[in-house]
Design a protein around this ligand. Structure first.
Ligand code: ZN
Length: 368
């Protein structure tokens, strides 16, 4: 069992000021009191704080992140798109699409998020550590190669997977439990079998013309990627037990047959019971279970090589606590923090029908 979790952090991820909003869209003129855009610097400040100040503090090694280079960004995103985003910021920024805000200071913030994600995967690829976490913002999993979305511009998980491929690894699994479907990551690898993408998410469907992916379990990949895109879509309010069952009955069996050499996790906490952007009712127990299952799968399949990148999670306090619970699971430790909101009963069979449906689409490719 790994003793330490190595967390990569770069202060510059705080620089993008997303301002005030009504959740994620411009603030309403009908209201007196505005609030911060849900994707804001305080989210990750609190995540860093709970890891520094909580029971796990002495199990965590902090490392500095860095800026990504253009060459590194180009492993996923075309040059013209990178330039478009940089020019948009130089012209003063604003909403680059319906819910993604970039301020005048956003460029170094975006490069720091991408570079710090790459620093984390590099540490695992070189054997410096086997368990690393890139604590960055904004989320990256909605970013398609040429389309910013969902607060993000560059797809960090995809950049990390391409880095691992360039280092010679032949099979990489990305497991994504942000409550939203990682449509950008799916798009990056939809035709490929060298990077298997598996997402656990709430049923939300497509949400704009630039977001044609639905997250349905019927989206299994195309051509050589057929069978290597796993969409474990769960009904609203799924709960802890449904997530545990979905991992045990869909994700884990596929991974055991795929034999990845590295597991990359898109780690979000917006499936929590009180998240402003999620409806999945997970508690700290559920996040602890996800963390411990990822640790077990990595120990069994990848010599323990496991790297995570921060995605969503928008309740300023509870997302931080759920991250702490996830990390306790990753380290094989019992939960130590009391859960201030996890008191509602859970339905242990809530996910059954969704799990059977996902298995039915995948049964041509994998044994369950
Ligand atoms: Zn999300």
């Amino acid at each position: 069992m790994t003793e330490k979790l190595t967390v990569f952090w770069d202060e510059r991820v705080l620089l993008n000021d997303t301002g005030t909003a009504f959740g994620e869209v411009p603030a309403s003129p009908l209201l007196d009191v505005t609030e911060a855009h849900v994707e804001n610097a305080d989210r990750v400040r609190n995540m860093r704080a709970v890891l520094r100040n909580g029971p796990l503090a002495d199990r965590i090694e902090w490392r500095d992140g860095r800026l990504a280079s253009h060459d590194e960004l180009r492993t996923v995103h075309p040059e013209e798109y990178i330039r478009e985003v940089a020019d948009f910021i130089t012209r003063g920024g604003g909403y680059i699409e319906s819910n993604t805000v970039l301020s005048e200071e956003a460029w170094p913030a975006l490069l720091a998020a991408a570079g710090t994600s790459l620093a984390a995967v590099d540490a695992v690829l070189t054997g410096d550590t086997s368990l690393a976490y890139a604590l960055v913002r904004p989320p990256g999993h909605h970013a398609q190669p040429q389309q910013a979305e969902g607060y993000g511009v560059f797809n960090h998980a995809a950049l990390m997977a391409e880095r691992a491929r360039a280092a010679g690894l032949k099979r990489i699994a990305i497991i994504d439990w942000d409550t939203h479907h990682g449509n950008g990551t799916q798009e990056c690898f939809y035709t490929r079998s060298d990077v298997l993408y598996a997402s656990l998410h709430m049923r939300h469907g497509t949400w704009s013309a630039t977001h044609p992916q639905t997250g349905s379990p019927a989206e299994i990949g195309v051509d050589g990627g057929m069978g290597f895109n796993i969409n474990m879509e769960l009904s609203l309010g799924a709960g802890d037990a449904a997530y545990r069952a979905a991992i045990d009955q869909v994700i884990a069996p596929v991974l055991r047959q795929y034999h990845p050499e590295l597991i990359i996790c898109s780690s979000g906490q917006d499936a929590s019971a009180v998240d402003p952007n999620g409806r999945q009712a997970l508690t700290m127990d559920g996040f602890h279970a996800i963390g411990s299952r990822m640790r077990e799968l990595a120990d069994e399949l990848t010599d323990g090589r496991l790297v995570l990148v921060q995605e969503g999670g928008y309740h300023l306090s509870y997302a931080a606590y759920c991250l702490h619970a996830t990390c306790e699971g990753l380290l094989g430790l019992a939960p130590e923090l009391d859960d201030p909101v996890g008191y509602l009963p859970d339905d242990p069979r809530h996910g059954d029908a969704d799990i059977r449906l996902a298995q039915s689409y995948l049964a041509r490719f994998w044994r369950f």
